[in-house]
Each structure stands twice: as structure tokens, then as C-alpha cells.
Design a protein around this ligand. Sequence first.
Ligand code: UT7
Length: 326
Amino acid sequence: MNTVTRSVVTGVGGYLPDEVVTNDDLAKFVDTTDDWIVERTGIHARHRAAPEQAVSDLALVAAQRALAAAGRTAAEVDLIVVGTTTPDLTFPATATIVQRKLGAPIGVAFDVQAVCSGFVYALSVADGFVARGRSRCALVIGAETMTRLMDWTDRGTCVLFGDGAGAVVLEPGEGKGDTDDRGVLGFALRADGTKQDLLYVDGGVSTSGDIGKLRMQGNQVFRHAVVNISEAVLAAAADAGVDVADVDWFIPHQANQRILEGVAKRLGIDPAKVVSTVATHANTSAASIPLAMDQAIADGRIKPGQLLLLEAMGGGLTWGACVVRL
Ligand code: UT7
């Protein structure tokens, strides 16, 4: 019988920095209220990295936890892909810094920059290595220190973001080539560079020479989000050969509770199947999906063998979706 090599998620891990910043904490220095933030976004609190913590430090702990869950060691890791928009340094890639701190002596390491879609993009890139036999043990990490990009006088953005990291281990597994196979089953990735002005950072190496601050036309992004994400979800489901109705858990990028609910409603997804961490994590950009996976696995909701649908949208604009059987 012919078999197909799939990239199987064998371990998931997450890390959130200790400091919790509530909406009331923010209301002390920016013109906002807990009521407004909760009603418009569903966010109650977010975590903030300590000044001495770099994004690679967050990524390192998430990676170590994912490896422990997979029963693998750093010595076995031959590929590290980090989705981040807040790297430690302009170069080298955060992935190579994680490689060094992890003590992973072999293989390939690089970053993927697709902002909030970074994890979905990174997963698709790593899937290309693992499913083609070019990696036996890959770490795919979404890690962000978004609070470092905030303009703390802009109430339209600074209340929305938080810091954190999530990671998965991908290993090759043989499947029959049908939708019962464990592993990554399908993808849809999208980008539209004409929408840059809706969500971007106003600084960079070859322009201002500084890191800049995050700028967003929130209501415009919101308008694009529900429509674009829904199209990508349907395309990823078609790529995998599954119906959205067959999905056990819908794990969206955690930007806004109203977007999560809007997408679920448009696609006819039962709200009880939607994993939401936005209330306590806020928007952790590329980290939000693996952090949500980690939480729902840890609390016993997500079980091995279940069908997961991941989706995200962010600056670029970029967006995409991915179907995975755990
Ligand atoms: O992960 C990347 C993708 N990002 C997203 O998906 C974010 C998408 N956008 C959103 O989540 C929402 O658009 C926001 C939460 C950012 C804003 O919610 P909104 O319902 O779209 O509000 P708005 O931007 O249309 O602003 C409505 C009002 C404005 O006041 P006026 O002009 O009507 O007087 C804002 O100034 O709310 C005001 N406002 C605030 N008020 C209190 C904006 N931010 C705040 C705030 N506290 N923090």
C-alpha cells in the first residue's frame, strides 16, 4: 500500500511572561476604560515581558515545553522556524538565537515575518521540509514582544496587544493519504500588499533607522478580517478535503472576540468549538495560535486524533488558514 509522509504535531508548548497588565492598569495612563476594552474586544488582561526578557527567551521556554511534550531532546532538532515580528536583533534571526540557547547543535534555523499570520506561514514552511523528508524533528515557534512596539499614547492600539510564545514539534509520520491521517492536511495562505497602510510599523532598518511604533486603522482591518479569513478557511478545508463542519476545534488568531465570533458565525461553526484566549492573552500576534492550542490541550479539550482548523490575519495584509489532525 502506498503511504504519504505527513508532518505530524507531536508536542505543543507555551510560555507567558509573569507580569499581568489589566485594563484598569492601562486606564491609569491612557484615556480608556475596562468597559470599553471588554465590550469592543473581549480583552480583560495581557502579559508583558520583563525588560530583560528578549523574544528568544520567551521562545526558548515554549520550545523546551513542546519538546518535552513530544518526548524529544534539543539534540534531535534539525529545523527551527520562528514566526516573529519583534526579533531580538535585526540579525541574526531569532531562530538561530533560540538554536544556541536551546543547545540544538544541528540543522537549519530562520525566521518568517508575516506578523499575526506568522505561525500559519511558519507551519506551512516547516511542513514543506518535514513532509519532503528534509527534517526529522522541527520546531515551529510563534513568539512576540508586541508591547515593545506600542505607542502608549494611542488608545486605539496599545490596549490590544500582549507578549508570549507558543511552539509545536513537527515530525514525519506515514499516512494513507486520506483525511484520517494525523498531521498537516491542508493550507491556504494569502497576502495583499496594497493594504499596508491599514496595519504597519512606522520604522525600520532601511527607512527611519529605528524600530518604530505599530499603527493601525482598526475598524478597516476589522472589516477585511471576517470576509478574508472566511475565504481562506474554506480554501484550506478544500485543500485538506474536509468540510468545515467536520472540524473538532477552531483555533483562530486571537485579535478580537468579535472577529472570532463573526468568522465562526459566517462559517456556521458552533461557538462551543471555538478556542478563545483573547480575554487573558490579548493579541500576541504570531504566538496566539500555538498558545491557544497549548491551553486547550492542557485543559483537556483538544485530544489526539481531533481535527483542528487554525486561521490568522495580520499586517501586510497577510492571512491564511491550516487544517491539522492532531
Ligand atoms: O492582529 C492583527 C489584526 N488586528 C485586528 O484584527 C484588529 C481589528 N480591529 C479591531 O479589533 C477593532 O477595530 C478595534 C478594537 C481596534 C476598535 O474597535 P471599533 O469598534 O472598530 O472602534 P473604532 O476604531 O471605530 O472607534 C470607535 C470609538 C472612537 O471614538 P469616536 O471617534 O467614535 O469618538 C475611538 O476613538 O472608540 C474610540 N476608541 C476608544 N475608546 C476608549 C478607540 N480605542 C479606544 C479605547 N478606549 N481603547
